[in-house]
Each structure stands twice: as structure tokens, then as C-alpha cells.
Design a protein. Structure first.
Length: 373
């Protein structure tokens, strides 16, 4: 039997640690078998949910992962938190290979990587008090903080903006936004270093979304926790992330610094996502009469994705080469360092104001203004 994974103690100064990769993923792949046939069921195909992705997240970095429904975002999150076993590739956390680590070996990692789920209704046990829910991770991991678990839970309630006196209440006594705050408190209970937040605000009213995003951002900055923030909505990710990766049918098709991705996107799909905002009247300026890109057709099935570039069936720039050669994810001319694009015929980098195309919810826009001010 293998020994427990021993995670190294933090080294160097805080500034040095910020540049250290916390999580590194290489060639990460998850294929789900498709069963068919009668009377004997056999594997008739594979859902290529995640198909060879590379990414790294630094200490205390906020990283956004975006793409349409079904492109493999949740599967990626579940692979990283090791709720799913990868089909291929490697996951390394603080320099340790955890790709196929067993349950017992994973224990120290499990406490450092936490998850926040989309649905605050189904992710909390309705029969448990808030105190019990939030102290659950401490109980499972046998952790007794100084002053006791109840004291720690009260502290956590305060951190997430809930009344510590509500320790004995049940989830149904809280609103959607408050329930998501309970989910955040639970994720914080073990002092994590990385939180995977899978569409944490998608199920909330628009008016509440900005409050929860703001809370997450505070937590990320003040407690120095790295985030993988998953969303289908570029507006939310723009507010939160230092770097952004765009996924399409199981692959990362563009990745880079937030400004680089939002103001100088090179992949046609990123352009389409940036222009996929509701038809509203923009304020005076360049964006006002911009042509909106309407993506034709549905996302193809991940069981038999298109050959070559997976986006080619919906791409207005597709040529023969796109059907025969998979475009590599590389830095193309004109891109900043770290900005990678997978396209044979990328968009012109001179289009510099696509960021204007995102119409933020007024509450989110207000948050951005506070940030910059
Ligand atoms: N347990 C599973 N078994 C089979 N297919 C799955 C399973 N989980 C997800 N998938 C499929 O994998 C693809 C990616 O799903 P998912 O990661 O949930 O996408 P997203 O979170 O981006 O909406 C989808 O086609 C989905 O149907
Ligand atoms: S490789 Fe071809 S099909 Fe794919 S995004 Fe680029 S131009 Fe479009
Ligand atoms: Mg999902």
C-alpha cells in the first residue's frame, strides 16, 4: 500500500508564493462510456466530456473557466477535486501527483481543495442545522479548532455575512443568496487553499448574484484562496478572474489574462461569446452599432465531435484545413505572453474593444467601478 501524500510546508515570501503554481493539469481527459445493445449491454461509444486540457492555477489566483452548457466545465471541476477518476492526463497539486491517488492518500488534499456548488438548495442537507452543516467538514476530518467547533462556525458565519446567532436554524429558513453563503462558509471551514466554484451564482436572482460574487472575491483576496470559478456567463467571470480559459466541446480553445481575453480575443468562438449579450441599448460609443454574432446551430454531440477543429460546424471562417487538422493551442502573433489560441484563422487583433460588448448587470458594473476607483 502506498504511503500518505505529504504536502510540503509553504516556502519563501508571500510574493514568491503567488507565482508558485498551486495546481497543474496536463492532458486531462475524461471519457464516459456510452452503453447500448440488448440483451447484453456493451460500450458503444465514449462521451468525450474533457479531452486533453492543460491549465495551471497559481497560489491565491482567481481563474475563470467559461463555456456553453455541456462543454465539460463541471467534469473538469470534478476531476480536479478528484470526485471523478480521470481517463488520462495528470493533476498535480503543490508539486504532488494526485492523478490516481487513493482515498486515504487524498485526505490531506481533500481538506485543501473545496467545492462550492451551483444549487444552494440541493447542496445543503435540509435536516441538518447550519451549525452541523458548516462543522461537517471539521468532523469528517477530525479537526478541533482552538475554542471548539461551534466558535469556529460562528466566526465563519460572520465572515460570510450571516448572523452567528442563526447557528441552530435550518436551510429552509434562509433565502437563496443566504444559502449560498452557508455553502461558502462550509467550503471555508478547513482553511482551503483552492476552491472550485461551479456556477456558484447561476441559480440565484440577478440582484443577489453580485452580492455573492462580491463575497467570493473578498474571500479570495483577504484569505488568499485560489479559485477556479466556473461560469457560462462571461460577465460574471470578467469581474472575478485574473485569468480566463474558454472551453468548447471538451477542449480549451483560448486562455489568457483577463484583459487580453476580453479586449483582444482571437478565437472566433470567444468573439461569439462576447457578443452573445441581450439586445439592449448600449450607451454612446463604438459598441453601439456593433454587429452581433449569432452562433448558428447547436453544440455537436461530444460522442462524435467534428474532426479537426471542433468549432468548425458553427464557425463562419471555417476552411478545408479546419476539418483535417486540429488547431494547436499556441501563442499567435500579436498575442501577449500567456495568451494562447487554438485556431488556424484567428480573428484580427486590431479589434480591441470587444470588452465593451459585455453588458454587465448594473450591480456587477457597480462592483467593477468600485474596484477600479
Ligand atoms: N456521469 C456522466 N456520464 C455520462 N456523461 C456525462 C456524465 N457527466 C457529464 N457527462 C456529459 O459530459 C459532457 C460535459 O458535461 P459537463 O461537464 O457537466 O458540462 P458543463 O458543466 O460544461 O455543462 C456532457 O455532454 C454531459 O452530458
Ligand atoms: S480553426 Fe477554423 S473552424 Fe476552428 S475556429 Fe479557427 S477558423 Fe473556425
Ligand atoms: Mg456544469
Amino acid at each position: 500500500m502506498k504511503e500518505d501524500l505529504v504536502l510540503p510546508a509553504p516556502r519563501g515570501t508571500a510574493a514568491e508564493r503567488e507565482r508558485e503554481p498551486l495546481l497543474e493539469v496536463s492532458g486531462l481527459t475524461k471519457h464516459f462510456p456510452v452503453k447500448g445493445g440488448f440483451p447484453i449491454k456493451r460500450t458503444v461509444g465514449q462521451v468525450q466530456a474533457v479531452d486533453g486540457i492543460d491549465l495551471s492555477i497559481g497560489v491565491a489566483e482567481s481563474f475563470g473557466l467559461v463555456g456553453e452548457s455541456g462543454c465539460g466545465k463541471s467534469t473538469t471541476g470534478r476531476l480536479i477535486t478528484r470526485l471523478l477518476e480521470p481517463t488520462g492526463g495528470t493533476i498535480s497539486y503543490r508539486g504532488r501527483d494526485i492523478t490516481h491517488a487513493r482515498r486515504k492518500q487524498l485526505a490531506p488534499v481533500r481538506s485543501e481543495i473545496q467545492m462550492i456548488f451551483q444549487d444552494p438548495y440541493s447542496s445543503l442537507n435540509p435536516r441538518q442545522t447550519v451549525g452541523k452543516i458548516i462543522s461537517g467538514p471539521m468532523e469528517i476530518n477530525g479537526i478541533d479548532p482552538a475554542g471548539g467547533r461551534e466558535k469556529r462556525v460562528r466566526e465563519l458565519l460572520e465572515i460570510v455575512g450571516l448572523n452567528p446567532e442563526h447557528y441552530n436554524r435550518f436551510p429552509h429558513e434562509f433565502s437563496g443568496g443566504q444559502r449560498q453563503r452557508i455553502g461558502v462558509a462550509r467550503a471555508l471551514a478547513l482553511d482551503p487553499k483552492l476552491i472550485v466554484a461551479d456556477e456558484p451564482v447561476s441559480a440565484l436572482d440577478v440582484s443577489i448574484q453580485a452580492q455573492v460574487v462580491n463575497l467570493l472575491q473578498q474571500v479570495q483576496r483577504e484569505l488568499g484562496i485560489a479559485f477556479l470559478f466556473i461560469a457560462h456567463d462571461l460577465a460574471v467571470v470578467r469581474h472575478f478572474s485574473q485569468r480566463v480559459a474558454v472551453m468548447y466541446l471538451g477542449k480549451i480553445i483560448e486562455i489568457g489574462d483577463r484583459d487580453s481575453i476580453y479586449t483582444r480575443p482571437r478565437h472566433p468562438y470567444t468573439h461569439a461569446l462576447l457578443s452573445a449579450v441581450p439586445e439592449v441599448t448600449l450607451t454612446e460609443g463604438a459598441g453601439r452599432n456593433r454587429e452581433r454574432i449569432r452562433l448558428a446551430g447547436d453544440v455537436p454531440s461530444p460522442i462524435s465531435p467534428p474532426s479537426g477543429c471542433r468549432f468548425r460546424t458553427r464557425c463562419w471562417k471555417a476552411q478545408d484545413k479546419c476539418a483535417t487538422e486540429v488547431p494547436p493551442l499556441v501563442r499567435i502573433e500579436g498575442n501577449r505572453e500567456g495568451h494562447l489560441t487554438a485556431c488556424h484563422f484567428p480573428e484580427d487583433p486590431t479589434i480591441t474593444d470587444r470588452g465593451e460588448d459585455i453588458v454587465l448587470d448594473p450591480a456587477l458594473a457597480a462592483l467593477e467601478e468600485t474596484d477600479q476607483g
